[in-house]
Ligand binder design. Sequence first.
Ligand code: ADP
Ligand code: MG
Length: 621
Amino acid sequence: MALLQISEPGMSPEPHQRRLAVGIDLGTTNSLVAAVRSGVADVLPDELGRPLLPSVVRYRDDGPVEVGHVAWECASEDPRNTIVSVKRYMGRGLADATRHPSPYTFVDAPGMVRIRTDFGERSPVEVSAEILRVLRARAEASLGGELVGAVITVPAYFDDAQRQATKDAARLAGLEVLRLLNEPTAAAIAYGLDHASEGVYAVYDLGGGTFDISVLRLTKGVFEVIATGGDTALGGDDFDRRLGDFFVAEGGLGELAPDDLRRVLKAARLAKESLSEHPEARIEARIVGRGLVSVPVTAVQFHAMTRDLLDRTLDTVRRTLRDANLAAAQIEGVVLVGGATRMPQLREAVGAVFGRPALIDLDPDKVVALGAAVQANLLAGNRGEDGDDWLLLDVIPLSLGLETMGGLVEKIIPRNATIPVARAQEFTTYKDGQTAMALHVVQGERELVADCRSLARFELRGIPPMAAGAGRIRVTFQVDADGLLSVTAREQSQGIEASIAVKPSYGLSDDEIARMLQESFGTAEIDMKARALREQQVDADRLLQATQVALEADGDLLDAAEREAIAAAMRELRAVSQADDARAIEARIADLARGTEAFAARRMDRAVRQALSGRRLDEIG
Ligand code: ADP
Ligand code: MG
């Protein structure tokens, strides 16, 4: 019952030969690689048995690049050359990259920032590729062969530029990307929810720097993501910072030097993780000029100082459920993902919101990589044990649309539409004899282009000249399984076509996505008014233009008084058309339309007479 073929073309399995494919969780804080062996998904550890690879890359002049634990150890000593949380900069411009404090010097570059180290500039794609290279080598060593490819997970909120950057990093690391997969979706697969009875499930993912919530619906073996939400500027790191602030206050320390700050945050993280198991812990860090500072903290204190962070995630959960039109009681099960969901107070709070304990059978750090491995195995053409072909649908995080007259947005693919998806809509030409059409692709929830994000512009040329409104242009938006968009415009009478694949040069910041969604909730009414106004303004322009053309062509049908009356009505309409009173414009449009009725009738008569002149009556009958 495959509604959607998920095997790539040319990827059918060769008999008796398993194709090696892995799932990779390329995390902000930690990355993992997993594979299905003997029908079971497993995380592949390093030679010391450690499953997690810290997503940290250190550049040096006297040796190869360091990646993972070794690099993480040096983060305090060599912050400028040790890149942590590089995922935050994937597909991002300078403004986004510098929004949060970091020890890095960023260099503006087309498409994406670059990070200046003492040994040269590096793009976030190159840094991520270093991490992927290590995971690939680890996988090939433990699986004993070359990989046919990998499924790499990305946050549900990653936009086109961020997804493209992730693919580029994989290519640079010599990895074939079988598919990008949203992280919460991968987690659901790991839990085998695709085999579960029908129902709606939620995935709550709190990692080091991001929070995602997804709602999935399972119907007759079809696995569909029906809503996603999140706060990608919120994660375990924020809990560390609260403990760090506590440490500074309790220890009587002032402003910390960058090196000290990193050491404190590291100590805070250790204390936080310890508090998941013990009622008390100590935050201990060496501070320049002070020596070792040790501050005790209890779990109760920790919970109190971070309760608002937890509450923020729960607010997002409630909003996403509202979005999906669901009550918490309708959720069949809740999956916890991300290292930060080890915190017991969090588990309790999430359980309380949903009215049932969350699923925690699988290691929350590993769930995403495990699910990616399961899907990689299927995409590589290795059938599951039970031979079933389930399918998987993801959603568009922000609506995609086109700019229309008056700076309005026509949404073509709505937010939360499942992907892959293709939608088409027909547009008409606006002017007589128009031979080109400018297309502006935008992303966002608002009604006005100015409030949305510009993704791409292109032109369709060679439209045969026709009367305004007669040219028909069909515009198709297509989003592939990886969330990448292509837009095609096709003139219907002659089939002239133009298209664009959207790889926007600048990523949308997490904050920005959150803000755009937030705004769209509170501004629906304002937007409706703005849309009404713009529509009136467009109508006014169109009528003024048509009247002008008519006057030039057939002005001789009017006497001086009639001409002056029409000119006056035009002046009045022009006077109000740029102000912000939609009703005034509407009224003046009606006046002008009424004032030109007789003129229009005479023009019609003349046109009919001209058409008939020289033809015999029997020709017409
Ligand atoms: P990411 O998806 O950002 O790569 P992870 O899922 O690996 O992140 O989660 C990393 C976060 O989980 C860090 O903030 C880390 O401190 C936190 N974490 C890991 N183990 C624990 C624990 N036992 N208790 C609390 N937090 C933990
Ligand atoms: Mg993660």
